[in-house]
Design a protein around this ligand. Structure first.
Ligand SMILES: [Zn+2]
Length: 144
């Protein structure tokens, strides 16, 4: 009985590790943010078995915690992130949908102070700037 439980636990760990790798692969292939349900559908298609929404959120939370995924609020999804270069501000191109994390030149925490001063609690700071990237500007200027 004990061995069977350990076997199941080991299988669950292997399965979760595979799913985590698949989530990162799927997002890298797509090169665009994906929501939890789109990720779940893609995982089901790849694994050929059912995956619960709870499992998907657990994987997302774990990868976010490691800095390997980050939320893109305006896209209502997550994208791959490099923990070494993660910035606190996202530049989002409305032309090609490219996303570039950068470090903001100001202290973002001061915005939370402002929220607190107005009585806000349980705050989440979302820093996203939308516009046209250099490539899309050049394409438009040359009429492509
Ligand atoms: Zn662009």
């Amino acid at each position: 009985m004990m061995q069977r439980d350990q076997g199941r636990a080991a299988a669950r760990v292997r399965s979760e590790r595979l799913s985590r790798t698949l989530v990162l692969d799927l997002l890298a292939e797509r090169q665009a943010p994906m929501g939890a349900y789109a990720l779940r559908d893609a995982l089901i298609a790849r694994l050929g078995r059912s995956v619960s929404p709870y499992s998907v959120y657990r994987i997302i939370r774990a990868l976010e915690g490691e800095g390997r995924l980050r939320r893109v609020e305006s896209s209502r999804g997550w994208m791959c992130a490099d923990p070494a270069t993660a910035g606190d501000l996202m530049l989002l191109c409305t032309g090609c949908r490219a996303i570039q994390p950068v470090s903001s030149p100001f202290e973002a925490g001061r915005l939370l102070d402002l929220g607190r001063a107005h009585g806000f609690a349980r705050m989440r700071l979302v820093l996203e700037v939308m516009g046209l990237c250099v490539t899309c500007q050049a394409a438009r200027a040359s009429g492509r």
